[in-house]
Design a protein. Structure first.
Length: 281
């Protein structure tokens, strides 16, 4: 499948993710995403704040501690002292997805709070992994004898397998049973794509195509196995009258999905875009 050109020179950690880095910093990537919306954002300042919080927790841990004791110290610092919490009142506020805002306002959604929590655990050499659950992202202790899940949206509550299913049932308002595959660790690309899809849904839901464009550019790159993300990039470009930029992603979608239900409509839009470009020349 043909890949679209990658243009993220201002986002070195995001570039490393696209290049296949084994363990990219999700914290840095999340802050690079936030800089699209906040161009003056100083990433180093926020990294320093997370480092300082991790050092505060480390000082309390002293020597070797059992993983659950370390989790308890993270929870105390993050949710009791710093008063981070899940935003239940305004879940779809885009600020919940931008990590600078999450750190400043101390409020977020499951995946943004999980990235922050995960970053602290990494600094404390506590191995956790992300779990891409339906409608509710969580973390999992990587080396536990029995599955142990961490829910940063609910103050770092620790859950076993059955507790995780109950939480998902509450969130989805229906009974949820989880397979071992659904509870498996997810790769960094999946985490980043989920963050971006949250923002995409918010911006498209409010017809804020200008804000959606940077999000969709990144999403088309990180989820390059999904031709629909390239189609959506082309569509957003058309909405913003960026006709030239729409042509390659729309053509790429048609090449990848020749039997899709919307091929005729997309082909008509592509033809119209090419006619517009020809007229300009």
């Amino acid at each position: 499948m043909e890949r679209l050109p990658i243009r993220f020179d201002h986002s070195p950690e995001f570039q490393s993710l696209l290049a296949g880095a084994e363990s990219p910093s999700l914290l840095r990537i999340a802050l690079e995403l936030a800089r699209d919306a906040y161009p003056e954002l100083d990433i180093g300042t926020y990294l320093g704040r997370v480092d300082a919080l991790a050092e505060r927790i480390r000082a309390r841990c002293g020597g070797p501690m059992k993983p659950q004791k370390i989790l308890g110290q993270i929870n105390w610092a993050l949710f009791v002292e710093e008063k981070f919490e899940g935003n239940r009142e305004n879940y779809f506020d885009p600020r919940n997805s931008y990590l600078n805002e999450v750190i400043d306002r101390k409020i977020g959604i499951p995946i943004s709070l999980s990235v922050l929590y995960w970053s602290l655990a990494d600094r404390l050499e506590l191995p956790v992994v992300g779990v891409n659950l339906p409608a509710h992202f969580m973390l999992r202790l990587a080396e536990a004898e029995q599955p142990l899940f961490i829910d940063p949206f609910h103050s770092g509550e620790l859950l076993d397998w059955q507790g995780c299913e109950r939480r998902l049932s509450e969130v989805n308002r229906r009974s949820v049973s989880l397979s071992e595959g659904q509870l498996a660790p997810c790769p960094a690309r999946t985490v980043v794509a989920r963050m971006l899809r949250n923002l995409k849904a918010i911006y498209l839901g409010t017809h804020d195509f200008a804000s959606a464009l940077d999000v969709q550019r990144r999403l088309a790159a990180v989820a390059d196995e999904d031709p629909q993300e390239r189609r959506d990039l082309g569509m957003i470009c058309l909405q913003l009258d960026r006709v030239g930029e729409a042509i390659d992603p729309l053509q790429s979608y048609l090449d990848a999905q020749p039997d899709a239900d919307d091929v005729e409509a997309v082909a008509d839009l592509l033809a119209a875009a090419r006619r517009s470009i020809a007229q300009w020349n």
